[in-house]
Design a binder for this molecule. Structure first.
Ligand SMILES: NC(=O)C1=CN([C@@H]2O[C@H](COP(=O)(O)OP(=O)(O)OC[C@H]3O[C@@H](n4cnc5c(N)ncnc54)[C@H](OP(=O)(O)O)[C@@H]3O)[C@@H](O)[C@H]2O)C=CC1
Ligand SMILES: CC(=O)N[C@@H](CCC(=O)OP(=O)(O)O)C(=O)O
Length: 315
């Protein structure tokens, strides 16, 4: 089989660079590149967007929409990292592990790569809503902690320019207190919840890494912590990138702390279920730039082109 040709529009940004790194080691892919000085040249971009077998769009939303308009080759497979198409019914949401999604991803030429937070949130919640354990109208709150690379080049530059006193003040800060985070539509759409959750992430002064968590109360759902754990186990059995730890397993706690950076550099996502009496706490740990962005994009490409999903990726 000849190699797949791949073009990354936005190759020199945070997500694009990480996709480039993974594809550079990928045995089945040849990368087509535009030199950095010409990265915004519309004629060159149009040419590359139409001649590659697969294009990764690692651009702001408006630039992604513009790139899609430049593509008239019906064979081109587009994997878009932005928020632009994630709830568009003509696009398939790129989480192959979610029930029913892999078969659709295998045939779609329009793949919307998920946001980093929703990757954790939907993988925890969608199977539980589907099983009827979490009611569709559950009043949900999602918490998360992320490294600053989630904000792209601009946020990385801001964080890395801080002096000691600024760094202390920015050690861990709430963000998006307008309660209108851009990930709410995909969190709601993919899980089937009838109301968007309350979602206030915390950005920490660490470059990358992520924890996403959801609290549930057994008296307000239709099932126990054990049933939740069993449902997640059944959903993700055999998935190479998903590790579900045993119920109430503390092996990953370091003197009681759960480290957000443990999946960094991998495409792994780790799931935890903790419970005490009526209280249940679900946690997903992932690399915001790995399974939360660039790793997921390469996994989606592998899935779409019938390759082993782990090719080029670290488990
Ligand atoms: N960072 C993350 O953790 C995640 C990001 N995403 C999404 O991925 C996309 C890229 O984000 P990220 O990599 O963080 O962003 P960055 O700002 O790090 O990179 C974006 C890149 O796109 C370039 N660019 C901007 N406009 C154009 C254009 N019109 N034509 C060609 N190139 C252009 C930028 O160049 P220049 O800087 O010179 O303008 C920059 O190199 C966004 O939609 C983001 O929301 C998704 C998941 C996680
Ligand atoms: C730290 C930080 O600011 N993170 C970004 C989300 C990162 C991400 O997943 O972005 P996309 O939705 O574009 O995929 C935010 O909260 O807006």
């Amino acid at each position: 089989m000849s190699k797949i040709t791949a073009y990354i529009d936005g190759q020199y940004g945070t997500t694009g660079l990480q996709i480039h790194q993974r594809l550079a080691d990928h045995p089945d892919v040849d990368i087509l590149s535009i030199p950095e000085a010409q990265k915004k040249d519309p004629a060159l971009r149009r040419e590359f967007l139409n001649k590659a077998d697969v294009v990764f769009l690692c651009l702001p939303d408006d630039a992604s929409r513009e790139a899609v308009r430049l593509i008239d080759n019906p064979e081109t497979v587009i994997i878009d990292a932005s928020t632009a198409f994630r709830v568009d019914p003509k696009w398939v949401y790129g989480v192959p592990e979610l029930p029913g999604y892999r078969s659709r991803l295998q045939t779609s030429n329009r793949i919307a790569n998920p946001g980093c937070y929703p990757t954790g949130m939907t993988m925890l919640v969608a199977p539980l809503v589907k099983a009827g354990i979490v009611p569709k109208d559950y009043a949900m709150t999602v918490q998360a902690i992320t490294g600053y690379s989630g904000g792209g080049k601009a946020m990385i530059a801001d964080y890395q320019a801080m002096d000691d006193s600024q760094r202390q003040r920015a050690a861990a800060r709430f963000k998006n207190l307008d309660l209108n985070h851009k990930h709410l539509p995909e969190m709601t759409n993919v899980t089937g919840l009838s109301h968007a959750p309350v979602f206030v992430p915390t950005v920490a002064h660490v470059e990358q890494g992520m924890l996403v968590s959801i609290a549930l109360h057994e008296h307000a759902i239709h099932g126990s912590a054990e049933q939740i754990h069993t449902t997640l186990a059944e959903t993700y059995t055999g998935e190479p990138f998903v590790t579900l730890f045993p119920l109430n397993d503390e092996s990953q706690l370091d003197e009681g702390f759960l480290d957000p950076t443990a999946c960094n550099g991998t495409n792994r996502i780790e799931l935890f279920v903790f419970s005490s009496e009526d209280r249940v706490y679900l946690v997903a740990r992932l690399d915001n730039l790995g399974k939360g962005a660039s790793g997921a994009a390469v996994q989606n490409m592998n899935c779409r082109f019938g390759l082993t999903e782990t090719t080029g990726l670290t488990q």
